[in-house]
Design a protein around this ligand. Sequence first.
Ligand code: PEP
Ligand code: MG
Length: 563
Amino acid sequence: MGCQLTGLGVSPGTVVGVVARLGAPPRPPADEVCGTNPAAELERVRSALAMVAGLLEERAATVPGAGGAILRATALMARDPGLDSAVRGLLEQGCPTARALDTAVESFCEALEGAGGYLAERAADLRDVRDRALAHLLDLPTPGIPHPGHPFVLVGRDLSPADTATLDPAEVLGIVTELGGQTSHTAILAKGLGIPAVLCCPGARDLADGEVVIVDGSTGGVMVDPDRAALAEARRLASARAAVRRRIAASASGPGQTADGHPVSLLVNVDGLDGALRAAAADSEGVGLFRTEALFLDRTTAPSVAEQAAAYARVLAAFAPRPVIARTLDAGADKPLAFVEHAREENPALGVRGYRMAASQPDLLDAQLAALARAAGDTGVEVRVMAPMVSVPAEAAAFREAAGRHGLRTAGVMVEVPAAALRAGDLLAEVDFVSIGTNDLAQYTFAADRACGELSDLLDPWQPALLDLVAAVGAAGRALGRPVGVCGEAASDPLLACVLVGLGVTSLSMAAGVLPEVRFALAAHQMRTCAEMARAARAARSAVAARDAARALADPEVLAMVR
Ligand code: PEP
Ligand code: MG
């Protein structure tokens, strides 16, 4: 019987498989001598980087959705003039060619890592560009996904976007990496592909090719060299889960409600266009969070009103006649957009991000609202607009006023910071609805970077302090008779979804794939039980105890599904 490793479960499901490691990246040779002609050496580096950029762009054209956008953004890094001049400077100082490229990339990566959050996670993308360019320069095989000839669990330090975007779920049963966080590209894409994944797993570095592992993408557990009993249990769990999912998918449909008929709107989260088209096929009541920034991740110039309107209309048309909550650009911090001006900030997550940008760049918001209004008119779909990162009622009032100027009648704001949760009643006095972004609300409540795998215990959405804030928002919504949604990842946990409803939440928005399970869990509990579970969870002193307390009151069939 082997050992148990623990990481961050970012994409649910249990699999048993054989380890195949990512190929080792090339290193600059220790005995490399410097070239005699720096200009000629610079041309060699340029052509290696251009080759990598071209390859990434080529792949981007064949990969839909978020994967394609990430590949295009990575290609831009390979063509960065700043990188070019850093390499030139080093070559002119007499640095050998491969070492110059390696050193220049490392200094850029350090700067990205120093910025934290989303930017820090882009360092892995840039290192991938370096590895590919080095392999080309040194005439070595390109590092990347192994092809052992049978399905396998992919293990590595981190996966590059180029690798992740082209993963074949029929070949890759599971993913285990040493690095990565909840919002890393690996997490986003693994979830999109439905591949169970455990990231930020330090012990992954010791896993060897051919070892058998059980990967649990829900709990973050990786069991190495399991005994027969553990293997049998993992296989039993995987097939029980698959059977429950099949039964659920076949049985329940239609609007969400508790066992005693309290309606709870079940909505989907939508990122890029391809994801939207896929999500539209799911049995949902509409879109609870349209992350509009996802359409423009690879843009270096601002999209025009006409261009935006056309892009939004395609998403809206896919969901017609269901309503769509479109969030205005959530740029800054973990989601920098190349065409949006960002001043350098010491703490980007606490800086000018989300709706805060409307003060310095009002034209951006106006153009977007105009485009959303035009898309609504063109498609006949009801668009409700929502502002991200709102902290005080004055911001909510200004957003509502801006939306109204464009004829957008329904406006709401996200509750993502504790100030907004504590004074949700004041926000709801200004807007038609609020939606709780539990990902950011957890980050700001616990002062814990949401991308930091090491802090995942603090970021656990079962934390009683987070539930207290949700309860404050729920109570404000009930008192004013206004809708309160949850569109953060918390909504996709079937058991937690019941607790959220017990706290006064009236709609839940999630990845389309998990919606049937959430519908099933709600339908299995009376509103009274949801409220009891909520009370019990809030009375606990830790996230684990809160979850256990809710489990003790939950329907056994639902428990079998959530483990
Ligand atoms: C959230 O913060 O919970 C949320 C839904 O927004 P995002 O994840 O896009 O920041
Ligand atoms: Mg957020």
